[in-house]
Design a protein around this ligand. Structure first.
Ligand SMILES: [Cu+2]
Length: 80
């Protein structure tokens, strides 16, 4: 949704390796949600991915990937 006067958010799916439990899910979620410009995060441990709605005007996909890597996981690919 978002505000009618603001820039639109964009959705990407990060394919993440190394997640195995609820703790992993929370770590990745917290890492992504902590970034300025991230609107919404949904992590699927079983599917090994995170669906992220973010504002391209405020941060890049590279920064999303970096946050996941810094949390201790690997991003194998990004679906835009
Ligand atoms: Cu875990």
């Amino acid at each position: 949704m978002g505000c009618c006067c603001g820039p639109a958010s964009r959705r990407v799916i990060l394919k993440i390796q190394g997640m195995s439990c609820e703790h992993c899910k929370r770590s990745v979620e917290a890492a992504l949600k902590g970034l300025d410009g991230v609107e919404k995060v949904a992590v699927d441990v079983g599917g090994g991915e995170a669906v992220v709605d973010y504002y391209p005007a405020r941060l890049t996909v590279e920064e999303l990937k970096k946050a996941v890597v810094e949390a201790g996981y690997e991003v194998s690919s990004v679906v835009q």
